[in-house]
Structures are given as C-alpha cells and as structure tokens.
Design a protein around this ligand. Structure first.
Ligand code: DGL
Length: 281
C-alpha cells in the first residue's frame, strides 16, 4: 500500500481510550454495532488505576493519551474510561482541544449512560464507579440535570479494577468484595444501576444476580455503542468512513502479556496488531 492510502486508512480509525482492559467492554460493543469502522485502542496499563488518582493527574494522563491517538490520525476519540470522562473530559473539550487539536473530537461515556438512566424514568438510580468517578459526582449532576426528581445513590468500588486486571474476576474473593460494594445500593432499593466503570461489565452476570430482579443493570458498552452510532449518523462532516477491511490496532503503555491473554478471551478474537508504547516520551 502506498503512503497516501496508508494515511487515508488511519485517518478513518476511531480512537478508544481506557486505563486498561476495561475499555474492551466498550470496544466489543463497537465491533458488534459498528463493525465496518477501523479502531485504534489505547490502554494506559502502565499508569492504572486511574480511579485512585487526582483530577490533575487524570487530566494529564488523558491529554497524553489523546495526543498519542491524534498523532495516529484519529479524528474522533472515545474516552471509554469513566474516571477520565468524569474528571477530565470537560476541561479537555473546553481547553485542551481548542488550544491544541481544534479539528478533533472527543466523546466521553457519562452523558449517554446518565441519559439512559434518566430518560427511562427510573426513580432510584444507583451508580457504582471508581473513587475518582464517584467523588466527582458527575453522574449525579448529569442525571439531576435531566430529571431532578430521580434519587441518585453512589458507591465507589476501588478494589474491583485491580482484581479484574489480575484476571481474578471469577474468584470467590472478588464475589465477596463485590457483595459488600453493592450492599448499600441494594439497601437503598435502587431500581436501576449504572456500571460507571468500564471494567465492571466483566462482572455483569454476577452483578445482575446480586442486585436481583427488582433492579435493571444494563451493559454500558451497548449504550455507548448505540450513542456513537447515532453521533456518527448526525456528523457526516467528520467523514469517518466505513471500510471493507476495517483495521483493529492495540497500543499498550506497558508489558502486554496479561492484557493480551485476558483481552483475547474476552473479545473472542486474536489481538494481531498489538504494540507496546511509551506515553511519557
Ligand atoms: N476503567 C476505568 C473507568 O471506567 C478506570 C479504571 C481505573 O483505572 O481505575 O473508570
């Protein structure tokens, strides 16, 4: 392929960014709902968990990750990471993009997930997320903006991300910890639960079971994928084209072995194009 065609191809890719494995729960839905687009996935596994970092640190890491994906020619990046969406997205959209990448677009995950909860008229909504996401109260604010009458109950679950990244999602210790994080939300009798961390859908079945039939728990990746589909339909001017042979590339900021092993099982496909990179260079 000549250079011009190569550039054209990567111009088309949609960037997907998360601190680690979690974003794969979003990417998997993109591949199902929007299979004819090319994607570049960036997992900042060297610096995870983002959920226990300060807002300033998360903003810095997010900008570095966006720089990387923009230099790969992505016109549009989905910040799949809730912690980054909650703590950094607004500043990225209002300051970072206009000053550095005025022709690029970045979307987060909070808005579509909050809309799903608020517009379906659930009265008592639970939010389970990282410390960074919950302390920002971004979900609560977004839901209240859409419907003041909804009661929102939030809880952080800081131990889940490391367990999932370690491949411990199915171990009984994970179940025990999960139960204790869900208990306060169950006690509040929430009838809808937002999984406000991309890692938690790895535990979707268990969470549904533990919350019981009175509580609806959706797969956030599916909601984000449908919202991206709608966004792409509304923005033909971005000229992100569907292609016959879409590409799927993975970049990781540290040793990829464990990520690859767990990620391939989860996605049900081989990660052929995978490279280790340094985001701090
Ligand atoms: N999966 C990310 C999120 O959605 C962050 C996990 C972490 O790095 O703490 O919040």
């Amino acid at each position: 392929m000549n250079l011009k065609n190569m550039l054209k191809k990567s111009n088309n890719a949609i960037g997907v960014f998360d601190s680690g494995l979690g974003g794969l729960t979003v990417l998997k839905n993109f591949l199902q709902v929007l299979p004819s687009y090319s994607y570049i996935y960036l997992g900042d596994i060297a610096r995870l968990p983002y959920g226990s970092k300060s807002a300033d640190r998360i903003y810095q890491y997010t900008c570095q990750s966006l720089d990387f994906l923009f230099k790969k020619n992505c016109k549009l990046v989905i910040v799949a990471c809730n912690s980054a969406s909650a703590q950094a997205l607004r500043k990225v959209q209002q300051e970072y993009l206009p000053n550095n990448w005025p022709d690029r677009k970045v979307l987060g995950v909070v808005r579509p997930l909050a809309e799903e909860a608020a517009l379906n008229k659930y009265k008592r909504v639970g939010v389970l997320g990282t410390k960074a996401t919950i302390s920002s109260q971004t979900y609560k604010k977004e839901i209240k903006k859409l419907n003041k009458k909804i009661s929102v109950y939030e809880n952080s679950a800081p131990l889940l991300v490391p367990l999932i990244e370690e491949g411990w999602a199915k171990k009984s210790v994970c179940n025990k910890i999960l139960k204790s994080y869900l208990r306060p939300l169950k006690q509040k009798k929430v009838n809808y639960l937002i999984l406000a961390c991309t890692h938690y859908p790895f535990l979707l079945k268990k969470i549904k079971h533990l919350m019981g039939s009175q509580c609806q728990v959706s797969d956030p990746g599916k909601i984000v994928a449908n919202s991206l589909k709608d966004y792409l339909n509304r923005h033909p001017e971005l000229k992100i084209k569907q292609v016959k042979n879409p590409e799927l590339k993975f970049y990781l900021s540290d040793q990829p072995e464990l990520f690859k092993n767990l990620g391939e099982k989860f996605l049900g496909q081989e990660m052929k194009n995978l490279k280790q990179i340094d985001l701090e260079k």
